[in-house]
Design a binder for this molecule. Structure first.
Ligand SMILES: Cc1ncc(COP(=O)(O)O)c(C=O)c1O
Length: 379
């Protein structure tokens, strides 16, 4: 059997990782400024993470959601306390798209309605409702086309209010990324977020923040929307939550009714996944990684802003975009071949995304800054 050929692949076979370092099968060492698409939060192969998962695997790897699983309760308690969302309830699932599907479903159950306002440049996943909420018609099959998702320009309060007025009687919710990731690291302003939250409250619509990429400390607070002091009715998490182990979650406000059999999944919240997610929260706290993300991010953004040849630098913490005059893949290729650095791309071909692990050091930031400077000088 052949593999489904759906991914454009780099010709690199990775065999080992440690912190931000990766090694390929030929022994070449790379510096990971991509974090496997913002997934690596506490660094590759963190010893505490390995120990926790290994110990759990020896005891019990999996059982379904038909029995008590104290690890889920421990994870919910830790996530509530570390994120400041103690009174929300946690539904565990397996991937970002699945978290979004469940978030939309809960909002629709809660309101009895089916329309959502979503944003241009937004990405929420590739499954049915998640891809319908995503601003990318290329990945929507005819089955996914839906008139229930109303696309609004980011930061355009007037356009939002027009959509809101025309649809408020049918509005189940508003779905927005804490900071747009794949779209190119665009952050909604405090004013815009407050406006959305207020409008949702006016009609009882559900305010949903997608923190799948921007959450878990990456931007210097647990969730990116917390920079603006707003509180979401529902928050979705995935990526950094398991540091590579597939796990995702939906945080649901206490006033939203939940009942048995309303949601469910076979693998979600299994013992192994919970042990990975608990280990991630342990390390985030013990190593003060939110603060490191804030400091190293600010350092990177300031230093990168001074480099000639970068058109724009955007971002917060360790979620950074660089715009170039030339396609970013030209620069990414040079960074890879001459300096063994891996970086990410974005929807716009001239944008590069930096999403390193939250454990990044000053020396690693400096290596990246100096290498990029040399690449741009040689262009
Ligand atoms: C903001 C955001 N939401 C949802 C998703 C979908 O997550 P997954 O690929 O785990 O389904 C992604 C993935 O990149 C994302 O960046």
């Amino acid at each position: 059997m052949e593999l489904a050929d759906v991914y454009p692949l780099l010709d690199i076979e990775l065999v080992k990782g440690e912190g931000l370092d990766l090694w390929d099968a030929k022994g070449t060492q790379y510096l990971d400024f991509y974090g496997g698409h913002a997934v690596i939060s506490i660094g590759h192969s963190h010893p505490h993470y390995i120990k926790s998962i290994s110990k759990q695997l020896e005891a019990l790897g999996y059982y379904s959601n038909s029995v008590q699983n104290p690890l889920q309760k421990k994870l919910a308690q830790m996530l509530g306390s570390q994120s400041g969302y103690d009174s929300h309830r946690l539904f565990l699932c397996n991937s970002g798209a699945e978290a979004i599907e469940n978030a939309l479903k809960v909002a629709s159950f809660h309101t009895g309605k089916r329309k959502f306002i979503v944003f241009q440049g937004g990405f929420h996943g590739r499954t049915s409702a998640a891809v319908a909420a995503t601003d990318d018609s290329f990945i929507q099959a005819p089955l996914n086309k839906s008139e229930d998702f109303l696309m609004c320009p980011l930061e355009d309060k007037q356009a939002f209010d027009r959509l809101f007025q025309d649809n408020k009687s049918q509005l189940a919710g508003v779905l927005i990324e804490g900071i747009q990731g794949i779209g190119g690291i665009f952050e909604p302003s405090k004013e815009f977020m407050e406006h959305l939250s207020k409008r949702c409250r006016e009609v009882g619509a559900v305010f949903i923040c997608d923190e799948i990429q921007s959450g878990y400390g990456r931007t210097g607070t647990f969730f990116a929307h917390q920079h603006h002091g707003v509180k979401a009715d529902i928050v979705t998490v995935a990526k950094g939550m398991g540091n590579g182990f597939p796990i995702a979650g939906v945080l649901i406000a206490p006033d939203i009714a939940l009942w048995q059999k309303m949601l469910g999944t076979t693998f979600g919240g299994n013992h192994l996944a919970c042990s990975a997610a608990i280990a991630v929260l342990d390390v985030l706290k013990d190593e003060n990684l939110e603060e490191n993300a804030k400091q190293q991010g600010a350092y990177l953004i300031e230093a990168l802003s001074k480099i000639n040849g970068i058109k724009a630098v955007r971002g917060r913490g360790l979620m950074i975009a660089l715009d170039f005059e030339v396609p970013s893949k030209v620069i990414a290729q040079q960074l890879r071949s001459s300096y063994a650095i891996l970086v990410g791309s974005a929807t716009h071909p001239h944008t590069m995304r930096l999403l390193p692990s939250l454990t990044i050091t000053r020396a690693q930031s400096d290596y990246f800054i100096n290498s990029l400077e040399k690449v741009l000088r040689a262009l």
